[in-house]
Structure formats: C-alpha cells, structure tokens
Design a protein around this ligand. Structure first.
Ligand code: FMN
Length: 328
C-alpha cells in the first residue's frame, strides 16, 4: 500500500504527523515517534514572549555591564545557554541529527516584532518547514475582524521576506469566513494551513472565585470541525491542508483524509496511548484502504470532499436543518 502523502512540498511516507507538543522536547520520545511510524514531526513552539524575554535579559546584561560593573557578576556565567532561542535551536539541530523524518519548527506569536526575524535562524538550523501559530484572542473590543485577519496576513508576509522554507499557518476556526481567510493566506504565499488551533478556555474556580487554568485533552468528535472545512476547501485551494484536533483513531484519520487533508496531526492520542499508537493506526488505515480497493492515500484523498460528495450541501447549512428537524 502506498501511504505517501505530499505536504508542503515534502513527500512524507504516510499522513500521520505528531503536532507541536512536549513530545518533541525529548530526543528519545521523538525517536520513538519516528520508529512507530511518524512521517514528520512538528516541534513544540518557540513563543514570541520567550524571544522578547531573551532580548530583555540581553539588554539588561549589556546595560549592567556598562553602568554597574559589579552587578554583572550576579548574572549566571553561561547566560547565553539559558536563552529560549538558543535552547530551541539546539533542540532543532539535535532532532535533525537524530531523525530521518522532516522536522517542522513552530513559531507562536501574535504581533509584528523583531522576533519574526529569528525565523532565519530556524531555517539555518535545518528546519524543513515552519509552522506559524497565531494564538490570538481578540479581547480588545475595538479590534475589528479586518484587523485580526490582517495580523495573520501581515505576519506571514513578513516571515516570507526572511525565509525560503515552506510556511504553514495554524489557524483559529473563529473567523467569520475561514475559507476566505485560507484563500487570502494562500495569495500571501502560505504553503499550507493547519486547521484548527485548539483554544484552551479559562475556567472559574467556584471556591476561590478565581480563574482556573486547566488543560483538557481533545476527544474524537472534535475532529469533525476540521473535517468539514477541509472538505469545503479541498480542490479549491492549492496549498497543503493539515488537520489538528481530535484525531485519535484510524477512523478519525481516514475521515479527515477522505475530506481531503494531506496530513493528520496528532497530540492528545499520542500523549495518552504512547507512540506505538501510530503503528496500530497505520496498520488499520492500510487494512481499510485494501478493503475499499484503494491503491494509495493520494487516490483516496478528497473522495468525500464537498466537490466529490454525493450530497455536497450536507457540508453546509442543510446538514444543520436536517439534523434539527430529524431529532425526535
Ligand atoms: C500539552 C500540549 C502542548 C502543546 N503545545 C503546543 C505548542 O507548543 N504549539 C502549538 O502550536 N500547539 C501546541 N499544542 C496543540 C497541539 O499541537 C494540537 O494542535 C492540539 O492539541 C489539538 O490536537 P489533538 O486533539 O491531537 O491534541 C499542544 C497541545 C498539548 C496537549
């Protein structure tokens, strides 16, 4: 069975790719993912805030050196080794050295700043592609939707000035018109999109009357959100399509591929069941493809996209009306 899939111009041996997570912080766990069948690896993110913190520490150290010679002795002697950027680059180089599969670096930020230029260093350190996660919560009520959208396009445009490796944008689902947003990003040079960023919602602690932060892992039904939009986009845009959020089983992955995705990203299932879960999924995917007389992933990709579905409107409003009216 030919499980290969083309993503961002990279020919991957199959469509299962661990997404940004702590699993890439450790070389051994990354190697386990590769051995279990992962066809590429997205690194955990380097955050805008971390790079800015590096810059602040650097500025302080320079000023202390000039103004307060004595104070510089308080600084850790190997300060440069503590920089988030340096640590990230070192891990990227280590991952590239240890793995044969492509490694996709991840930048996570929301504002246009000097930090964007650091993408050059990610490219120089061997990243095969770059994922940009604009995890932006527009809490400023004066920020218009046009301004929010411009953030994504402007950040991408700026990044494109600095690097040649493919860039994929990890998007929020909360746009008025997600499909149009994807088209605009494609026009601005995006090589791919990752649908969708999973927002973590703050909770309220009823005992302490304070905000509580907890990270709950996804469940399978969440993957239907990305599946719908990938089905709508397939065949209408040329950039690569990746799905993230709720892909836990072979069935989840098959549906995402039938909708038209090039890549199924996974984190929660790998954290819960371990890297070997990938091996089982690849076996199940192969069995399903054989049973349904497909020769390859490329052949089945998009078979149930909106353009190819028997009832295309089912991906739109009609689905909703039928569901509500059919409920007894
Ligand atoms: C513990 C943890 C850490 C994560 N770290 C990052 C990160 O650094 N950057 C990022 O873009 N996404 C990050 N994610 C999001 C995942 O890459 C993924 O998009 C999300 O978990 C949805 O996929 P899933 O349902 O397979 O978990 C993280 C998720 C988890 C659970």
């Amino acid at each position: 069975m030919d499980l290969r899939s083309n993503y961002l111009g990279l020919v991957l041996k199959n469509p299962l790719v661990p997404s940004a997570s702590p699993l890439s912080r450790n070389i051994d766990s990354a190697k386990e993912l590769e051995d279990a069948g992962a066809s590429a690896l997205v690194m955990y993110s380097l955050f805008e805030e971390e790079i800015e913190e590096d810059d602040r520490v650097f500025d302080n150290s320079v000023h202390q050196d000039i103004g307060h010679g004595e104070a510089s002795s308080y600084l850790p002697p190997d300060l440069s080794n503590q920089c988030y950027l340096d640590l990230y680059l070192t891990q990227l180089i280590e991952l590239k050295r240890s793995l044969d599969i492509p490694v996709i670096a991840s930048l996570n930020g929301t504002t246009m700043g000097g930090w964007v230029e650091h993408a050059i260093e990610l490219q120089q350190s061997g990243a095969d592609a770059l994922e940009l996660n604009v995890y932006h919560v527009p809490a400023d009520l004066d920020e218009t939707s046009a301004a929010v959208e411009a953030r994504y396009v402007d950040l991408l445009t700026e990044l494109k000035k600095h690097i040649d490796i493919p860039i994929t944008m990890k998007l929020s689902s909360q746009f008025s018109s997600p499909g149009n947003m994807v088209k605009r990003l494609e026009a601005a040079g995006a090589d791919g999109v990752v649908l969708f960023n999973r927002f973590y919602q703050p909770d309220i602690d009823l005992e302490r009357l304070s905000i509580r932060h907890s990270l709950s892992l996804s469940r399978s039904p969440e993957s239907l959100l990305a599946m719908r939009w990938i089905a709508i986009l397939y065949g209408r845009v040329k950039l690569s399509l990746a799905a993230t959020g709720g892909i836990h089983t072979a069935d989840d992955a098959l549906k995402i591929l039938l909708a038209g995705a090039d890549v199924c990203h996974m984190t929660a299932a790998l954290l819960q069941y371990g890297p070997s879960h990938l091996t089982g999924m690849l076996e199940e995917i192969t069995v399903w493809l054989e049973k349904n007389e497909y020769d390859s992933i490329e052949q089945m990709k998009g078979s149930v996209s909106q353009q190819h579905a028997a009832h295309p409107v089912d991906f739109e409003r009609a689905n909703y009306i039928a569901l509500l009216q059919g409920f007894v």
